[in-house]
Design a protein around this ligand. Structure first.
Ligand SMILES: [Zn+2]
Length: 280
């Protein structure tokens, strides 16, 4: 990471936030598509098998699956589909519900856009496609996916999100993933009853476009991420987080929703909420 690059990102962030309204970057104008409120740039709009066509499939797919998730969240800790493992307490039901609801709707985002003004912006995806000819902006995004992944505070090989902006960058590995998964991908569970745990190396559930896109959208819509919070990704570690950390950790939302999408039915209990209802 170079300082220059930090500055460039901040300028681009402002530019792109503004561009969602103004559409003034020519290559953005030429390659724009939309699915509900979600806008996508540079994704190969109008071309078959392009990231744009896959996104236009995965976003309605996400919406449909989130209807099941939203119904399940209402049950809270009475859910048989993992609410208690990933969110621990009924006190946080409404918060979790609101995040999934915002993602399902693609709620418009209020973002600070300089000089004390706030803008209301569409949630926006930008696709990086290697080898495509384009301007410095396109090349810059492509490099962003392959070099310097540590540059972003939150980064994944398939996608990343820069805090404070209204956009998510989608990288090429995303398009090698399946749209969603089946119960074959549900994590293995070891031990009995209150000692149940997910077995190590059981994270296949999160390797889908549904899960990857959802992860970044939780970043986009969850206002509660404390300064310096370090994300947790491994599935049993998600269960072991306390209720407060579970709320700010994107992968908790993803594991819960991906478990419902795939049809998983066996979950460990969190250490703070065992079957006998006592705190341990
Ligand atoms: Zn993340």
């Amino acid at each position: 990471m170079t300082w220059n690059r930090v500055i460039t990102f901040q300028i681009l962030a402002i530019l792109i936030s503004a561009s969602v309204k103004a559409d003034f970057i020519p290559e953005f104008q030429n390659d724009r598509a939309q699915s509900g409120n979600y806008v996508m740039y540079l994704c190969g709009s109008g071309r078959p098998n392009s990231p744009a066509s896959m996104l236009q499939e995965v976003l309605p797919y996400m919406w449909r699956n989130l209807q099941d998730v939203l119904a399940d969240v209402k049950l809270g800790t009475a859910s048989q589909r993992g609410y208690r493992s990933f969110f621990k307490t009924d006190e946080n039901k409404q918060y979790v519900q609101a995040i999934f609801q915002a993602i399902a709707e693609g709620q418009l985002l209020q973002r600070h856009s300089g000089k004390n003004t706030d803008s209301v912006l569409n949630p926006t995806f930008i696709c990086a496609i290697p080898g495509i000819e384009g301007s410095a902006t396109t090349k810059w995004f492509n490099d962003f996916c392959v070099d310097d992944a540590d540059f972003a505070r939150t980064h994944h090989t398939a996608a990343l999100y820069e805090p404070g902006t209204n956009f998510v960058v989608l990288c090429p590995p995303m398009w090698n993933l399946p749209t969603g998964l089946t119960a074959d991908s549900c994590p293995d569970v070891i031990g009995r009853r209150s000692r149940r745990r997910f077995s190590p190396n059981s994270d296949g559930l999160m390797r889908s476009q549904f899960a990857g896109v959802l992860h970044e959208l939780v970043h986009l819509y969850n206002p509660f991420e404390e300064e310096g919070f370090k994300e947790t990704y491994t599935i049993q570690d998600l269960v072991d987080l306390n209720a407060t950390d579970s709320l700010q950790n994107p992968q908790n939302y993803v594991a819960y929703a991906a478990g419902i999408q795939a049809g998983c039915d066996l979950f460990p209990l969190s250490p703070t909420a065992t079957e006998d209802g006592l705190k341990h």
